[in-house]
Design a protein around this ligand. Structure first.
Ligand SMILES: [Fe+2]
Length: 435
């Protein structure tokens, strides 16, 4: 493996209604679905405003054969809800049952719905819609990758936390318009500035409309997801309820960390928020490390990509003279594991600056280790002049920084990561090759 072509152009769950299952330890709901019931197409009325909000596709462990669909409603549906789906252009549809979950956060009641479509054929284009009683929503596109799909593209967005989400909205719009062939998208944690503030979540969902309805979303939790309205830490209730993620087999930490395969790439999505959650649900670090080692040992995919919110390096800050350059606690925990199991590429976030470190191994620049990319900033919270450059920074985005997004393009033996400004301009590129 080598890097070539670098261009420095440089709830609180208050109650459960319907068919959901409450996991006693995790307080989380797992969707129950019934797949394959065929329905005749008949004339239906469209839903009214507020019936189906924030419709989204969520990543599953194997997106070639399944897709989890979620949405929110202003009020509980009076009749059972379904996800109807069909091959594009086909007349008849199948349907999967959706379950309802009710939770209250920030003093606001949330009616959440979710269901998993299973048994999809790899490499096909489908369409789906929400249906209940004699009403239905608009058909939305849903595409499955082929089992051996050799090329695909992911959009990776750094921290989107904001006090005004219009920059985030614009960035998503530009990234989506420039990459209509994107297969899924990632947000690297700190999706919102305050994890309890429901208005911020609704702004976040509003901005992601160009992507979330038509391609799956793979989120990572950040520290800001754990902040309540008093800026004290708590469990990330809203995040955990908004995003159903692939099961990781852990009793206590479902939706905290997970993995999935896309084409010949195995993705591990980690949580670095053990300090925030320890008081309320102890043991995240140990459980996650054990899971990560087991998960990476089992995969036989050609490429391994890891993503985690907090960065692996520690930076000096001019107003904190005692803070030394080095490695963060998260780096100390994860970097040896990434090296041991041959992870190719690591994306991090949290510092709101884009930096490419090249390959690191045993604390030094060395082609034997993974490529480490600090992903930047995608909201309007920026830290101009805060960080003193690290000796391991190979490329730093032009200062002061604007927003940016990353395109991860996989094409057979080549994996390419490019960084783009809000106008789409590419400022950095890394290429990994593996025969
Ligand atoms: Fe953060």
């Amino acid at each position: 493996m080598k890097t070539t072509g670098r261009m420095s152009r440089r709830t609180f769950i208050k109650g459960i209604i319907g068919g959901g299952v409450l996991l006693a330890a995790g307080g989380l709901w797992l969707p129950q679905t019934q797949v394959g019931r065929k329905v005749q197409q008949k004339a239906v009325d469209l839903f009214a405003d507020g019936d189906v909000m924030n419709l989204r596709q969520m990543m599953t462990q194997d997106p070639a054969v399944s897709r989890h669909i979620m949405w929110q409603s202003a009020a509980a549906f009076k009749e059972p809800a379904f996800i109807e789906y069909r091959r594009q252009g086909s007349g008849d549809a199948l349907r999967a049952e959706a379950s309802e979950r009710f939770f209250t956060d920030d003093g606001v009641d949330n009616f959440q719905y979710g269901g998993t479509i299973e048994g999809l054929e790899p490499g096909n284009v489908y369409e789906y819609r929400v249906a209940s009683g004699d009403k239905a929503g608009d058909w939305q596109s849903l595409t499955t990758p082929a089992k051996d799909q050799s090329s695909f593209k992911a959009l990776i967005f750094p921290d989107s936390q904001s006090n005004d989400y219009s920059d985030w909205k614009n960035l998503v719009k530009v990234a989506a318009a420039n990459n209509p062939d994107a297969n899924f998208f990632v947000n690297m944690g700190d999706l919102v500035d305050n994890g309890e503030d429901h208005t911020q979540w609704q702004a976040w969902f509003g901005a992601t409309e160009p992507l979330r309805q038509s391609i799956p979303f793979a989120p990572i939790m950040g520290n800001h997801e754990t902040y309540n309205q008093d800026w004290k830490v708590r469990l990330p209730h809203a995040y955990l309820n908004y995003f159903d993620l692939p099961e990781n087999g852990s009793r206590d930490f479902q939706n905290y960390y997970y993995s999935y395969d896309y084409g010949d790439v195995h993705f591990v999505m980690l949580s670095s928020e053990w300090d925030e959650t320890e008081e309320f649900r102890p043991g995240l670090l140990d459980a996650e490390v054990a899971w990560l080692r087991d998960d990476l040992a089992k995969t036989d995919k050609k490429w391994k990509v890891a993503m985690v919110h907090r960065d692996v390096l520690q930076y000096r800050i001019s107003r904190m003279p005692d803070r030394k350059e080095g490695f963060s606690e998260e780096g100390t925990v994860f970097m040896p594991i990434f090296e041991e199991f041959g992870v190719d590429l690591v994306y991090t976030a949290h510092l709101h600056t884009y930096r490419n470190r090249g390959h690191l191994y045993q604390g030094k620049r060395d082609e034997r280790g993974p490529l480490y990319i600090l992903t930047g900033v995608a909201g309007n919270v920026r830290y101009p002049g805060l960080w003193t450059d690290h000796a391991l920074d190979d490329y730093v985005a032009p200062q002061p920084e604007t927003d940016n997004y990353i395109v991860l393009a996989v094409n057979g033996d080549t994996l390419t990561s490019t960084c783009h400004l809000p106008d789409g301009t590419e400022i950095d590129r890394s290429v990994l090759q593996k025969a």
